[in-house]
Design a protein around this ligand. Structure first.
Ligand code: RUQ
Ligand code: CUA
Length: 659
């Protein structure tokens, strides 16, 4: 018997036992897994476009990357919670405030789950939300520009994992704390022994209101919860529109060696939150205001500049007082994914250590609440009876279920990390109808439109944790990887492996037709309200404010204005505010100066971008364009003269002046 390599990491005795009894999980021989017509199904000929955009979270890279499907070609990587040397994100003076937090500048995070905006539960192609886990944040990417437009920090949270899933009309994005802990509002009272978890540790889920026009985010309210781990979540849809569902584990409330101590109970919880009721209570002033600190960062497309504001309070609702907003449902065992089918009737809990998949019925949940069919309370919150809310269980589905997606034709697709496979099952009958191996150890999976009322179907994509022997070796770390399967027939068929950036967690795919027609091509120069813009070469200038030298500079094929600058002195801070005067699609200019710690910026047509430079020695320093913009790109250069402090060289500048 061959045991799958990843099983070596799994020590939970029950799982190990089950695995050993069922005889390991090495998938079938990979070379037999692809059929002859696979290549034709993923081939997008030169000059043709892909049918879908796939927005894939970057995991520990803190970014989002965008692939075309079915080709698997990488189109873009979008920096979010990271500094990015390809775009200058987080390096330019304009974008640095986007990475501000209550802890200061935090330029790397762990981003797990994308959520594409919906209207009436269907994709509308406007925004892509993504969570930052470690320093809890939610970002909004504008799908017109493929850029991060806004980031909000989440207070009273630690490990923002069940996030940023959205309600059907993008009314709210959700942020559930993974780790419970003595909340931020405790201030100095948070200095408690770690083993006082049961008394002192709490959790929250936050509802971030989203402005339907601008997309701007603001924390509407938080719900205070018992100390457990909150893992994943999904909105209700259709009949369950008013509800949000969260998976919870560590109901044992352990603070040490969770791999054993949080695996004691047979059942943890799925939590149902009535967000409509919460909204009513918040509006009626039934919450309390907590003193906290969190950053709200917004990038303004007119000034091409981000601002960061620190906010200081948040409304918290307590379900011990507001009795009808939160219910628990027992769910076997350490549930991870918590997914709602397109009809909104069925809620699927994926217990990592469970031997079955439970499917809950929304109608039964409502009836059980009305009948007060509770089996217990957990810290003042009613626990509904398992049998009263269960639609049924999928028997022997596989090992280590994590996440479930839907095709809109009555089928669910669940990823199995331990048995390394995707299993297709019938939601109504709870019968397994097909299974395919993944290479290897799948985490998330994605059916285009899977979390909407109208899935686009066609494919399922596996996002795998391990690639082992699938690619040419690249040293100790192999590439991360996704796999594309055809689901148009009864049986799933593997079509393609493609490498990904960072570690892919959740991803969504959307028809290109909903996104590409709206793509921004240029920023209009007349709309540029940057405080240091030069809207034409005549407006270019150099001026001094104390030891700050500002250079309002323009770039156009193939020169900078000005390109000769004298009178900079040691000890000055020099700000190159470069406006790209081009009004043509796909003509960026770059700007670089030797010795700048942020060595480069990249400026889109019509945009202004600032590079700060503190020269550290006397001399004449070249500047140049870093983006190959024309046949005379190599001529796009200039010089800055740096003189000693107190020098009599006047501050002057010019382009085309010769002696
Ligand atoms: S979690 S496997 Cu954030 Cu499932 Cu990625
Ligand atoms: Cu501008 Cu090269």
């Amino acid at each position: 018997m061959k045991v799958h390599p990843f099983l070596l990491f799994i020590t939970a005795p029950a799982v190990l036992l089950t695995v050993l009894l069922t005889g390991g999980c090495k998938p079938q021989n990979p070379t037999t897994a692809v059929e002859g017509d696979a290549a034709g199904k993923v081939y997008v000929p030169p000059g043709k476009y892909d049918e879908f955009y796939n927005f894939v979270s970057g995991g520990f890279s803190g970014q989002v990357s965008v692939y075309g499907l079915p080709s698997g070609r990488l189109l873009r990587s979008i920096p979010v919670f990271s500094q990015d040397p390809q775009t200058g994100w987080g390096y330019s003076e304009e974008t640095k405030p986007m990475l501000n937090t209550s802890h200061g500048f935090v330029s790397w995070d762990d981003s797990h789950h994308t959520a594409l905006s919906t209207t009436n539960g269907e994709h509308d192609g406007r925004w892509c939300f993504i969570n930052g886990n470690n320093t809890p944040r939610i970002a909004r990417i504008d799908m017109k520009t493929f850029r991060t437009a806004e980031i909000i920090e989440i207070p009273n949270s630690s490990g923002n994992h069940s996030s940023p899933f959205i309600t059907e009309n993008t009314e709210y994005a959700i942020a559930g704390t993974r780790f419970s802990y003595p909340l931020d509002n405790q201030g100095a009272n948070a200095d408690v022994p770690i083993n006082s978890y049961k008394q002192n540790f709490k959790g929250t889920v936050s509802f971030i209101g989203i402005n339907p026009q601008s997309g701007n985010m603001d924390i509407a309210f938080q719900v205070l919860l018992p100390g457990v781990n909150f893992d994943l979540s999904r909105c209700g849809r259709g009949p369950s529109h008013d509800w949000f569902f969260f998976s919870c584990y560590n109901t044992e409330q352990a603070s040490t060696l969770l791999e054993v101590n949080a695996s004691q109970k047979d059942k943890d919880f799925i939590m149902a939150v009535n967000w409509k009721k919460c909204e009513e209570y918040a509006k009626a002033g039934k919450g309390r205001k907590d003193k906290v600190r969190y950053a709200h960062n917004v990038y303004d497309e007119k000034t091409h500049t981000a601002t960061s504001t620190i906010k200081t309070d948040v409304v918290v609702l307590d379900p011990k007082e507001l009795k009808d907003i939160v219910y628990f449902m027992p769910c076997p065992k350490s549930p991870h994914g918590c997914d709602v089918d397109p009809t909104g009737q069925f809620i699927v809990g994926s217990g990592k250590l469970a031997a079955i998949i439970p499917v809950f019925s929304f109608d039964k949940i409502i009836k059980a609440i009305a009948d007060k069919n509770f089996e217990a309370e957990f810290e003042g919150i009613p626990v509904l009876k398992y049998d009263a809310v269960l639609h049924g269980e999928v028997k022997k589905p596989g090992l280590g279920p994590l996440h479930t997606e839907f095709d809109g034709k009555g089928f669910a697709y669940t990823s199995f990390f331990v048995s390394s496979e995707i299993v297709k099952w019938n939601i109504e009958k709870l019968e397994v109808v097909d299974r395919v191996p993944t290479y290897y150890s799948i985490g998330h999976l994605c059916v285009p439109g899977g979390p909407t009322r109208k899935p686009h179907g066609k494919y399922v994509i596996a996002y795998n944790k391990i690639t082992k022997d699938r690619y040419l070796p690249t040293g100790p770390e192999l590439t991360q990887s996704a796999q594309l399967y055809d689901i148009s027939g009864d049986k799933m068929k593997l079509l393609l492996d493609f490498p990904t950036i960072g570690e892919p967690h959740y991803a969504e795919a959307i028809p290109a037709s909903l996104v590409s027609p709206k793509s921004v091509r240029i920023f209009k120069i007349e709309d540029n309200n940057h405080p240091y813009v030069a809207k034409g070469e005549k407006e270019a200038k150099v001026f001094r404010e104390g030891n700050k030298v500002h250079i309002n500079m323009t770039a156009i094929r193939s020169h900078f204005t000005p390109d000769n600058i004298e009178g900079v002195q040691l000890g000055d801070e020099v700000y190159f505010h470069v406006t790209n005067l081009e009004q043509d699609w796909d003509v960026p200019h770059g700007f670089a100066v030797k010795g700048a710690s942020n060595a480069e910026i990249l400026i889109m047509p019509g945009e202004t971008c600032t590079l700060k430079w503190v020269p550290d020695r006397v001399g004449v320093v070249p500047i140049y364009c870093t983006d190959f913009c024309s046949a005379l790109h190599q001529e796009m250069q200039g010089y800055v003269r740096v003189s000693p402090r107190g020098s009599s060289v006047a501050l002057t500048s010019g382009t085309g002046k010769t002696n």
